[in-house]
Design a protein around this ligand. Structure first.
Ligand SMILES: Nc1ncnc2c1ncn2[C@@H]1O[C@H](COP(=O)(O)OP(=O)(O)OP(=O)(O)O)[C@@H](O)[C@H]1O
Ligand SMILES: [Mg+2]
Length: 270
């Protein structure tokens, strides 16, 4: 039997508060696919990722469906074992006194930090595994350092560590390199590339084309809650098309599988 898709969205209507972000959205992402999601601010990228991660629920109607890994219903704790996430939202929810080790360990419990009764449930095995991940990410020296005493890049590495604790098949990354310098974002990119090469399912939102790993071959473009392009990266990342989506002149070049956007001729606005 073939594997169910990571997500199968059919005719879905998805609200954020009082805003209807998607109406009759249709999108399927298979397991093992590597997808970048682009689109102007407010186009629905984060909303889509939160739907995959079951932080948001679509309105259920007779002719709509949102199935994750073949199932309509999930216990979110189970789902967290399959999907690791790095996002600004998640980052912001951590209190600045949480240490690197605590951030990574909290991934085992799908919690934010390891306070109160949870602190007593931490096993030696979890501590050892979290320590090993900190080693892998090159931040073992920060194990007992509080987030407030780390740079943004170091904090983001802790979050990647948290996302990786369950060795999830799928990684959902919402602007993971926001605020990182070249060294930190390229290092991040290398780690994502390695995960992609090892067959992980990657769904990445970014505003920077050069941060789309060459291993990502499908690009979905959203605009005002609509999928305006979905296909092969080389075909979608095209200057004229992106200029029309972002309503500003954009040119695109490609170097060794990496893409770069830079300003093009401004569109004539009448
Ligand atoms: N918590 C919220 N309550 C109400 N509306 C929201 C909320 N969060 C987002 N929205 C609205 O939902 C729409 C989609 O937002 P979303 O965060 O998915 O956009 P995005 O594509 O991720 O944008 P960005 O590039 O700025 O991160 C926007 O119109 C936004 O104003
Ligand atoms: Mg967003």
């Amino acid at each position: 039997m073939s594997e169910p898709p990571l997500i199968e969205i059919r005719n879905a209507t998805i609200w954020r508060g009082t805003t209807c972000v998607f109406e009759k959205l249709n999108l399927t992402i298979e397991q093992h696919e590597r997808v970048a999601v682009l689109g102007p601010n407010g186009s629905g990228k984060t909303t889509l990722l939160k739907t995959i991660n079951r932080e948001l629920y679509p309105v259920v109607t007779a002719d709509s469906a949102v199935r994750i890994l073949g199932r309509d219903h999930w216990n979110v704790w189970d789902l967290r074992r399959h999907i690791g996430i790095v996002s600004h939202d998640l980052h912001q929810r951590y209190t600045p006194t949480t240490t690197a080790l605590e951030v990574v360990i909290s991934g085992f419990h799908s919690s934010i930090g390891v306070h109160g009764t949870l602190a007593q449930q931490i096993s030696k095995d979890e501590i050892d595994k979290a320590q090993a991940i900190l080693n892998l990410l090159g931040i073992d020296a920060l194990a007992n350092t509080a987030l407030r005493s780390m740079s943004t890049g170091q904090q983001r590495r802790c979050l990647l560590g948290r996302a990786l604790v369950h060795k999830p098949q799928t990684l959902i990354l919402d602007e993971p390199t926001e605020g990182l310098d070249f060294a930190a974002s390229f290092d991040y990119l290398d780690r994502i590339r390695e995960l992609a090469r090892n067959g992980h399912n990657i769904v990445l939102v970014t505003h920077h084309l050069n941060e789309i790993p060459p291993e990502v071959d499908r690009v979905v473009v959203l605009k005002e809650g609509n999928v305006v392009a979905d296909g092969d990266k080389a075909a979608v990342l095209e200057g004229e098309f992106l200029s029309s989506v972002y309503e500003t002149g954009i040119r695109v070049t490609e170097i060794d599988g990496f893409y770069l956007a830079y300003p093009g001729r401004r569109l004539n606005k009448t």
